[in-house]
Design a protein around this ligand. Structure first.
Ligand code: NDP
Length: 448
């Protein structure tokens, strides 16, 4: 039996970071992975999605450029094979980097499905490893509901395998993945329909901002089937027939299902050890990322918190601090900036207006809708939308929301200010950079 200080199950963002940092501190570390180094984020999530999102942004830029005098002999066209090949090469490069980083830090790599044998041992195939501590960082997978034709539903991973751009696309859901995929495929040239149970996409976000994005996506030609559900999917000679709850049918070449993800706990041996799960199947952990078995820890998507790479990384770093730095306080996870990489992008940090009004007695709302300068030499209906929520009693910023190209880059800066405890007066005292979209954040004068 091989003996380690730490065994990590799952080589995604959180698992790799924790394994490398622990090895750098001198621990003997093993990591087990059954699919690919880098996990969902690198291989079938954030990274390839963002590359696809860049690709989808070009048609708008081509249109913009006309007002600035550009013209070309032939209309630009997308070569899907080139996009796919270049994207896949980049992902392979990153995957190799992840493997190299692990090897260089002395982490032992075990390929295969790992499952818990005891509170201190893990089996990977025929090999049994033992350790003082075990960390479960196995992530999550798309959830598919039991409807007739469930086998015809595509999960988000499939986008990256498609040999060509699908012509007719149905996307089920109104969250991060559904909104991003719909926007990407619409931008690349597919006919896209979103089927969603809510009144608009992104129900759980700031309602006014979500409605602004919803209207923009609709205006760009995405068909919005709201307050609707998919009752069944059947195969046709060429494609699929989607039947909605009210009996309407939609023909599609692919039907993406993006109605949430579930923790990857299957065949991990959790029941054998009595590890506690919550009602949704997520591993329950305490403040120290410890499961109900003290030597076994868990982090990231598998624990059911915010399913975001920076959150898993932070949880990993907090574990390292806890294990090596003797009681240093864990860094906070209460202010999570995030972005939906649609076109336009919706980024936010802090509370929605709805949550702010629930939690604070007096909330000031500053908002602005304006035409970005790069739109001024053409005729484009899209406006940038920004919204700032301030606690009237303390002047502290409670939430910031922005919809517009580059929103994620701007909101990262606002998130830094909020992490420093910024007030509205501090924003007022900040000089703008002129002329920019971002300067609007420091010129918001009157609440509305
Ligand atoms: P989300 O939780 O974002 O959205 C799920 C969507 O499915 C919601 O619109 C929800 O509606 C709907 N839904 C849930 N249950 C049902 C049901 N039974 N029937 C019909 N609709 C249902 O999940 P995603 O799958 O889009 O993404 C998973 C996670 O991955 C995200 O939560 C996010 O943390 C992460 N992610 C982050 C990205 C980023 O940072 N840019 C990109 C992609 C994913 P309702 O709102 O009404 O509940």
């Amino acid at each position: 039996m091989q003996q380690y200080d730490l065994i990590v199950i799952g080589a995604g963002s959180g698992g790799v970071r924790t394994a490398r940092q622990a090895a750098a501190k001198g621990w003997r570390v093993a990591i087990a992975e059954e699919r690919f180094a880098g996990g969902t984020c690198v291989n079938v999530g954030c990274v390839p999605k963002k590359l696809m999102s860049y690709a989808a942004g070009f048609p708008h830029l081509f249109e913009l450029s006309k007002g600035f005098g550009w013209s070309w002999a032939q209309s630009p066209s997308l070569d899907w094979a080139t996009l796919k090949r270049n994207r896949d090469e980049e992902i392979a490069r990153l995957q190799a980097i992840y493997r190299r980083l692990l090897d260089n830090s002395g982490v032992h790599w075990f390929e295969g499905h790992a499952s818990l044998e005891s509170a201190h041992s893990v089996g990977v195939g025929e090999t049994i490893l033992s350790a003082d501590r075990i960390l479960i960082a196995t992530g999550s997978s798309a959830w598919l509901p039991d409807i007739p034709g469930k086998e015809h539903l595509a999960i988000s991973d499939v986008l990256f395998e498609l040999p060509s751009l699908p012509k007719r696309v149905v996307v089920w859901g109104g969250g991060y993945i559904a909104t991003e995929f719909a926007s990407i495929l619409n931008g690349l040239g597919s006919d896209v329909t979103i089927v969603h149970r809510g009144p608009h996409v992104l129900n759980r976000f700031d309602q006014e901002s979500a409605q602004h994005l919803h209207d923009s996506l609709k205006q760009q030609g995405i068909r919005m089937c709201m307050e609707a559900t998919i009752a069944s999917v059947s195969q046709l000679a060429n494609g699929y027939q989607v039947t909605l709850g009210d009996g309407e049918t939609i023909a599609a070449d692919i039907v993406f299902c993006a109605i949430g993800r579930i923790a990857n706990t299957h065949s991990l041996g959790l029941d054998k050890l009595g590890i506690t799960l919550d009602a949704h199947g997520n591993i329950v952990v305490n403040q120290a990322s410890q499961t109900s078995v003290p030597s076994i820890y868990a982090l990231g998507d598998v624990t059911g918190g915010a399913q975001l790479t920076p959150v898993a990384l932070r949880e990993g770093m907090n574990l390292i601090d806890q294990w090596f730095n003797d009681g240093r306080k864990p860094l906070p996870l209460d202010l999570i900036p995030n972005a939906v990489f649609s076109h336009p992008c919706y980024a936010s940090v802090g509370l929605s207006e709805e949550a702010a009004r629930e939690q604070h007695t007096e909330v000031l709302v500053f908002r602005s809708r304006f035409e970005p300068m790069d739109h001024s030499l053409g005729d484009f209906p899209d406006k940038v939308f920004i919204k700032l929520l301030v606690d009237a009693r303390t002047d502290r910023l409670l939430g910031a929301h922005m919809i517009g190209e580059g929103a994620a880059e701007v909101i990262q800066g606002v998130a830094m200010a909020m992490a420093c405890g910024a007030t509205k007066s501090a924003l007022d005292a900040t000089l703008g950079i002129h002329p920019t979209v971002a300067e609007e954040w420091v010129t918001l004068r009157e609440p509305s």
